[in-house]
Each structure stands twice: as C-alpha cells, then as structure tokens.
Ligand binder design. Sequence first.
Ligand code: PMP
Length: 366
Amino acid sequence: KAYLDYNATAPMREETVAVIAQAMREVGNPSSTHQAGQGARRRLEAARSALAALVAVDPTAVIFTSGATESNHAALAAVDGKRLVSAIEHPSVAAVDASCPPIPVTPDGVINLDALERMLRSYRPELVAVMAANNETGVVQPVGAIARLVHEAGALLHVDAVQAITKLPLCVGGVDGADSLSISGHKLGGPPGIGALILAPGRRIRPWLRGGGQEGRRRAGTENVPSAVGWAHALASSVDWNAIALLRKRLEKEVRLLCPEARIVGEEAPRLPNTTCLITPGISNEAQLMALDLAGVSIGTGSACSSGKVEPSMVLQAMGVGADDARSAIRISLGWASCERDIDAFLSVYESMVGVRRRRMGLSSG
Ligand code: PMP
C-alpha cells in the first residue's frame, strides 16, 4: 500500500491517536467551573497556544472551528460589502459567493497581480480571499505582494493557508500581512473535523454561531477538546520537508524518463515541496486512478465528481489547461510518512500505464 494523497488528508501518527483516545477518556466541559471543567479548559488553552505559536500570534486570535470549510465561510461572511476571490480557490471559498468575479491566474497558476490591481480599483471589494498555496497544483501565491495591493485599496485579505501552513513560513499580520487565515487539523496530522480561523492583531470579527458564547463569543458550541489536544500533539512532531522535496524530485525525474510527453503543472512557479500535478496526455485520470488503486496506490485527481459526471478541474481550466489535458491530470501529494517505497510503487504502475498507452498509440498510428 502506498498513500500519496496527503493534500486530501494526512494519516495520523499512532501517538496522536493515543493522545486523542486519552483526551476522550477525560470528562469536563471547558465552560464548567468545577475541577473537571477547568482541567478541560487548561487542555484546550494549551492546544490553542500551540496553534498560536505556529503563526506567532496571541492565543486569543485563534478561534477553533469544525474545519477550514467553516473558517473560510466565517471569514467571507464577516463582511457586508463586495468580495473578490481568486479563480483557483477551494470550493469552500469559491462556493460562498458565486457572484464574485474571479481574479485570474497566469498559465503557471500564480495570481495575476496586474489584473488584481485593476479589479481592486474597478470592483472596490471589502474583502479579498486568496489561498497561500493551491491544493491541486501546490503553486504558492505571492501573499505579501497581494496583501500590499489589497491594503492599499482599503480592503481586507483572507488567506486559506490549509496547504501552506508548516510547509512555508507564514505569519498573520507579519510579513505576509493577511487579516485572517484558515487552517485545518486533518491536513497536519491531526483529526478531521477541527480547524481554526486565526485573526491578525486588531482584527475583530462578527460572531457566526451564537449560543453559549464560547471562543470569545464568536463561535458558540462546546469545544472539541480531544481533537484540539490531538491536533496540537501532531503539530509538535516536525516534518522534514527537505527530505520530502527530494522524494518528489526523484518522482518527477523518473516520470519524465518514462513519459517525455508528460507535463508537470506549475513547474516554473514556486511550489510546495510535497505536491506534483501531472498531466499524461492520452490517459484519463479516472483510468490512472483505477489502475493505481488496484495496485494499492492512492492518488488524487482535481476533478470534482458531481452527479456521477466527472468534470475537469476548475483550477486547471483557470490556468488555461485544455479540457482533455485537465481530464488526464492526477495529483500526487506526499507527507510525513512518505518513503522511497511509495515512489517505487507509483512508478511501477505508471510505467505499465505509459507502456500500454505507447503500444496503443503505436498501433493506431501504424
Ligand atoms: N481549503 C483547502 C485549500 C483545502 O485543501 C481544504 C481541504 N480539502 C479545505 C479548505 C477544507 O478543509 P476542511 O476539510 O477542514 O473543511
């Protein structure tokens, strides 16, 4: 078995699972004033501090949520004025307001800063949302430059940092200048169903869930203490992204040798160290996914499967990739437990897939 779909979700370490199991045995609502409740409060606040340290903010700036989908919704719903979002956002941003004109990207998948500047002037948004790095291609965005343009125009900047956090240096309110960040537990070795919205210093936000007044009266509901504790535990184990970048380098090099026509999306742009979006013309991503899956290799495709019909990825289309190429794109994403054997397993299936393709093309042209 080779799991190569970390951008979808990362496996949890055994120790993290054990820490969560232990936290689930401990009773106590953080809002209760008895000792059991105060114990839960301490565990929750320790987890909050660990998250705050990750981006160098005060713990009061960290609002726990049910995941980055909720964080993105909350950030976008916090303004009454117009919103501008990039053409390559995750559906949890893109679907909030379908009336936003999308900010275009270059063929390498980087936000077009000239177009952004023009749109800020003509559209006058109150908030702009861009992602720090794309989940399908790994292409990294120039958040600092974007923040300067957005702030000059008097707007707020929300950044979906789900894929970038821990892989890139990021600091809310610091050099990157975002006014808020979304992050997600299950992409970082923690459990699914927990995330956070992190606010820059001085940024206040309107509550989006009312009730018990938890999370500084911004997001009501009894806090998910076991998941917060597990997430913080996962963050304490560092990941060697340089080693992962070397694994990816080998993967891309060997793919090119096996199939010179294959293309790596966003290759000329800065990319996350763990992600390869690979177009192999002539083999559909469904066929690749199935052949790999039969061999126990899990990869992702950028296609959203809606009502039984596989649509080509919106992200790749926004980059000007043709529909046929987009239907041949797969995503290989690595993480903390990835090793040479995973790459071997992928390459062995890939070699037989491109061999079949070559024989088929040879037959049809001959
Ligand atoms: N944004 C990005 C860039 C993502 O990759 C994901 C997860 N696929 C999300 C947001 C949503 O995160 P969650 O699953 O925690 O809601």
